[in-house]
Design a protein around this ligand. Structure first.
Ligand code: GDP
Ligand code: GDP
Length: 474
């Protein structure tokens, strides 16, 4: 298990549907965050390392804390949520400002008191000045100043985060931060930059591409020596965003200085693929999709790394419209698994669309970091259920009990089901397609894991306080 740096932990909590996931994505989306899977207490939960105004922290969405505690899986999730709150430096408590304070909100609130941690109150969905007046109602919770925000409209987030940062310890550089065990590679700087690997077979234009973008005046380039002499990482700023082109050693030298054909270093590409947030897979438009191209794509997919297909030498194509169509049909025929991967045609010579690649990188890197909130995810899968193929075995029907997104890089969904063997490939493919249709995930390979959940729902046992109050509400 990789031990994370002990950065302070910010825990988002609140009842379902108040906008926790939206806020989570808002906070992490602003600076690119890399998501770590932590084993143990936070299994199946997300902890990302994020930064705001240059201050770094870890962020977790405790999701399930107030869902039906009678459901054994939710119960398990609650334990995890509590463990996260236990560990938290600051708790970010989210409420729905378009609704009255509910009993469930009050219960979360009194539970939060018990932790004795600083709590920052985010009153969400206050999308305009009129709604913002609702804010004052939330003083009654006794948790101090309520911050009016709109997670979906990106309002009030700066003020909210300023309040959160106030509670984070000002760590002296390097102190109280443990390096992850045995991973010298991921330096602190790297974690807020999008890492891009340029790969592809020889002669497709990889070095020409790197050199073409580096010669662009608008860019700032610094060379960062990699772990070996051979691997060179290049930091690159484009429109105020930072990118790290990784393992570019041979690529940069070659087209610039000598014309000798350097041997394609397989080992280096494999390492790059694993390190990268996004792979640019370069292919020669004058050649079309070769077996080797296909193998490279397949490998990237297996590694779970997000990808973009880049067709180079577009200047040499005469009938561009016809070629574009034939590329599309060739991919559909020869590599149907690339259906969800965006592609772009460029010329390193004329620089056509060279920089539009960054828009693709941003989009795909965003999708690779994207997480679907557990509540939202389960509502979505619930809505699919009537259309799902009914798989049966010995009178047993395939049943999905619960779904959670367990991580990113690779983006992994875990389906807790009644019987694993009932979940065939076609069944999972259907779910994957629906997830893609709903959330996008352009260029991002998805992993669907099926786990059998042994625990049956307990019979109506002794009632908890929470259930009673929920029933009162109903
Ligand atoms: P969670 O269950 O707490 O993670 O909530 P989600 O983030 O999934 O959001 C629940 C619903 O509230 C979604 O339909 C969001 O689009 C919506 N929502 C989130 N933030 C806002 C907001 O600031 N204003 C409005 N009007 N709706 C929001
Ligand atoms: P690499 O082996 O993938 O790094 O490929 P190179 O960048 O060395 O390019 C191989 C050859 O293709 C060189 O002769 C380049 O000048 C040429 N080339 C690369 N990109 C383009 C392009 O967009 N248009 C044209 N016409 N030639 C290109």
């Amino acid at each position: 298990m990789t031990k994370l740096r002990r950065l302070p932990l910010v825990a988002i909590c609140g009842r379902p549907n108040v906008g926790k996931s939206t806020l989570f994505n808002r906070i992490t989306g602003r600076q690119s965050a890399i998501v770590h899977k932590e084993e143990g207490i936070t299994r199946d939960r997300f902890i990302v390392s994020a930064a705001w105004e240059g201050r770094r922290f870890r962020l977790v969405d405790t999701g399930g804390i107030v869902e039906n505690p009678l459901d054994p899986i939710t119960h398990k999730m609650q334990e995890q949520a509590r463990a996260a709150l236990e560990e938290a430096t600051v708790i970010l408590f989210v409420l729905d400002g378009q609704q009255e304070i509910t009993r469930v909100d009050e219960e979360v609130c009194s539970e939060l008191f018990r932790y004795g941690k600083p709590v920052v109150l985010a009153v969400n969905k206050l999308d305009n000045a009129k709604l913002e007046q609702n804010r004052t109602e939330f003083y009654s919770l006794g948790l101090g100043e309520p911050y009016a925000i709109s997670a979906s409209h990106n309002m009030g987030i700066d003020e909210l985060m300023a309040a959160v940062l106030e509670h984070l310890p000002a760590l002296p550089e390097g102190e109280a931060i443990e390096e992850p065990e045995g991973e010298g590679e991921a330096s602190a700087e790297e974690e807020i930059i999008t890492k891009v690997a340029v790969i592809g077979k020889p002669n497709v234009g990889k070095s020409s591409f790197i050199n073409a973008i580096l010669n662009e005046e608008r860019t700032i380039v610094t060379d960062i020596p990699g772990t070996t002499r051979d691997a060179l990482d290049i930091e690159f700023t484009w429109q105020d965003k930072e990118y790290l082109f990784i393992d570019t050693a041979g690529l940069r030298r070659k087209a610039g200085i000598t014309r000798e054909v350097e041997r394609y270093s397989v080992a280096r590409s494999l390492r790059s693929i694993r390190r990268a947030d996004v792979c640019l897979i370069m292919m020669d438009a004058t050649d079309g999709l070769s077996e080797q191209d296909k193998r490279i794509c397949e490998y990237v997919r297996q590694q779970g790394t997000a990808m973009i297909l880049v067709w180079t030498k577009w200047d040499l194509i005469e009938d561009k419209e016809a070629k574009f169509k034939s590329i599309a049909s060739e991919m559909e025929l020869k590599a149907p698994f690339l259906k969800y991967v965006p592609y772009v045609t460029i010329s390193n010579l004329t620089r056509q669309r060279l920089f539009s690649i960054f828009e693709y990188i941003d989009r795909v890197a965003g999708m690779a970091r994207f997480r679907v909130g557990t509540g939202e995810l389960n509502r979505f899968v619930e809505s699919l259920k009537q259309d799902l193929p009914t798989a049966m075995h010995k009178g047993k029907r395939a049943k999905i009990l619960y779904v959670t997104q367990a991580g990113v890089r690779p983006t992994t969904f875990v389906l807790f089901v009644n019987q694993k063997r009932l979940f065939h490939f076609s069944y999972l493919r259907y779910i994957e397609n629906q997830l893609r249709e709903k959330y996008g995930f352009d260029g991002v390979p998805l992993t669907l894991e099926v786990r059998e959940e042994k625990t049956e729902r307990p019979a109506r046992g002794p009632r908890t306080k929470r259930t009673e109050s929920e029933e009162e509400e109903a």
